[in-house]
Design a protein around this ligand. Sequence first.
Ligand SMILES: NC(=O)c1ccc[n+]([C@@H]2O[C@H](COP(=O)([O-])OP(=O)(O)OC[C@H]3O[C@@H](n4cnc5c(N)ncnc54)[C@H](O)[C@@H]3O)[C@@H](O)[C@H]2O)c1
Length: 277
Amino acid sequence: MSYPRIDLAGATIAITGAARGIGLATARAFVEAGAYVALGDLDEAMAVQAAAELGDHAMGHVLDVTDKGSYAAFLQATTRWRGPLDVLVNNAGVMPNGPFLEQSDRIDQLTMDVNVFGVIHGMRLALPAMVERGYGHVVNVASLAGKFPLKGLAVYNASKYAVVGLTAATRLEMDGTGVSVSAVLPSAVRTELSSGIDYGILPAVDPEDIAAAVVRSVRTRAAETAVPGYVGLMANASGLVPEPVLRALRKVAHDDAAINGVDDSVRRVYLDRIEKQ
Ligand SMILES: NC(=O)c1ccc[n+]([C@@H]2O[C@H](COP(=O)([O-])OP(=O)(O)OC[C@H]3O[C@@H](n4cnc5c(N)ncnc54)[C@H](O)[C@@H]3O)[C@@H](O)[C@H]2O)c1
């Protein structure tokens, strides 16, 4: 596998879900590296405001990744602004939590629509032009929940396992085209999405740590980058551990945090936001 080097100075980059959290931190990191970044988000006012604060290397645009037409309009606006897309970051995502049997069909659908179909739409729309140029990089922000199941996150787990598989298979299909597809797999990150959940011993990192991994992937083109790295190794190794041993370890680690480690008053603010989507 060899890929033409992407020079971030002057590169054109689009990021979904970039009005806040990991997407915004990633936009800032790319702007600091000299790239031009289009910030797409469901919350147009926040995306435009965030871009204005980042300066003339940033542009905010409304985007609903579940709507292929909206995604196409976002990418068209990006290429009109700065020319062909060099890097696409599929970052937009939602994370409802709670017992599987208590989740609503509507929120299940939303989770799959945003977390899975949003990524499919983005790649279907952006990859053809990249393949034609023999140049480009796609980063899908998945999760360690795409490798390791957790109580209280079943449908979110399903969506992130889907993104991990989708990324791996499209990466193979892109072989020889000069275009790379990579996944970044964060552990718990301090953003609104995970607010109110006490993950116990699971390490929490900052959005800037994920942003640095996304930027690094432009150089390394690594298939998967877990943050922190050792948690990725643990998630991969967990498949080799006999189930009774794993269950005992899970108990020590309080693996029911997304059900029983929740501060409802804090969590409600986030859940209300995604319920309104
Ligand atoms: N925070 C964590 O603990 C964590 C851990 C692992 C993976 N992730 C993943 O990282 C990504 C970013 O998460 P975050 O923590 O920054 O979340 P966040 O809630 O802080 O930000 C997500 C952004 O996506 C936007 N968005 C939601 N639905 C959208 C849609 N349909 N179209 C366009 N934009 C939409 C929201 O408006 C929001 O601005 C997600 O894919 C998430 O699953 C987060």
